[in-house]
Design a protein around this ligand. Structure first.
Ligand SMILES: Nc1ncnc2c1ncn2[C@@H]1O[C@H](COP(=O)(O)OP(=O)(O)O)[C@@H](O)[C@H]1O
Ligand SMILES: [Mg+2]
Length: 257
């Protein structure tokens, strides 16, 4: 069974998608078999991995959740060897409402993943900034949550709501859910507030904060417009090295290296 890691934070723009794409690609580069699931209707992971987010093929996470498609039929290959994806589509917004009456609606993704998770070492889920039913499905299907944190003044305040949602899921549909760790994104060592927030995070969450800091790196923001993970866009840049180090840390923490 592959380890399922949901990348979540209800704050937008903190680096969830960048982390999902580049952690998944880095794990694949380290010879793991990886599946990335785009669970955000904005479909940024989908387009960031060069798949048209507005296509009409009806082979996306939405069809899986509403029971119109088997999960096996939605897998696509990416340009990164060893990395498969389940794309998203703007339709996914509708699933929140369409599933309201469905029994076991929190566990649909978990049930579907059970059919394919043996084929992968890691399954990375890019969550949307909402804490609605789709994110609850992701947290229910997940073994752990990785929380990207942008080191800004209000970063820590926002975490309370997310931790509360995690506790709700732990008290209900997924008692086994753990926190994989907090990963600092868009870090700039010259900015005083950044070093202060990282110190506060470490003070509060101890070794749950990854040692690897993802630095602010323009190449990371350029890569998605070329439909590539950073490793295929500019392997030598800091961003690529940071995400490779994060992937190694994930492997170490899971005793897989
Ligand atoms: N380390 C980084 N350095 C520079 N830009 C980044 C970095 N991480 C993310 N970005 C950019 O910040 C914006 C928000 O990141 P994104 O991953 O889309 O966040 P989220 O998925 O949480 O909304 C995007 O434009 C992205 O390219
Ligand atoms: Mg995103």
């Amino acid at each position: 069974m592959g380890k399922v890691i949901a990348i979540a934070n209800q704050k937008g723009g903190v680096g969830k998608t960048t982390t999902a794409i580049n952690l998944a690609a880095s794990l694949a580069a380290l010879e793991k078999k990886v599946l990335i699931i785009d669970a955000d209707p904005q479909a940024n992971t989908t387009s960031g991995l060069n798949f048209p987010p507005d296509n009409d093929e009806k082979r996306t996470l939405y069809e899986v959740l509403i029971g119109e498609r088997e999960i096996e039929d939605t897998l696509v290959e990416t340009e990164m060897p060893g990395l498969h994806m389940i794309p998203s589509h703007i339709n996914l917004v509708g699933a929140e409402i369409e599933l309201l009456e469905t029994e076991g609606r929190e566990s649909i993704l978990k049930q579907a993943l059970a059919r394919i998770s043996d084929n992968y070492d890691f399954i990375i889920i890019d969550c949307s900034p909402s804490l609605g039913l789709i994110t609850v499905n992701s947290l229910t299907a997940a073994d752990s949550v990785m929380i990207p944190v942008q080191p800004e003044f209000f970063a820590l305040e926002g975490l309370g709501k997310l931790l509360q949602t995690i506790r709700l899921v732990q008290g209900g549909p997924n008692q086994e859910l753990t926190i994989e760790g907090f990963v600092v994104t868009m870090f700039d060592g010259r900015t005083k507030i950044h070093t202060q927030v990282v110190a506060q995070l470490r003070d509060h969450f101890k070794d749950m904060v990854f040692n690897t800091l993802i630095q602010r790196n323009i190449r990371l923001s350029e890569a998605p417009s070329h439909g590539k993970p950073i490793l295929l866009y500019d392997v030598m840049c800091n961003g690529a090295q940071n995400y490779l180090n994060l992937a190694k840390e994930v492997l170490e923490r899971n005793s897989l290296q």
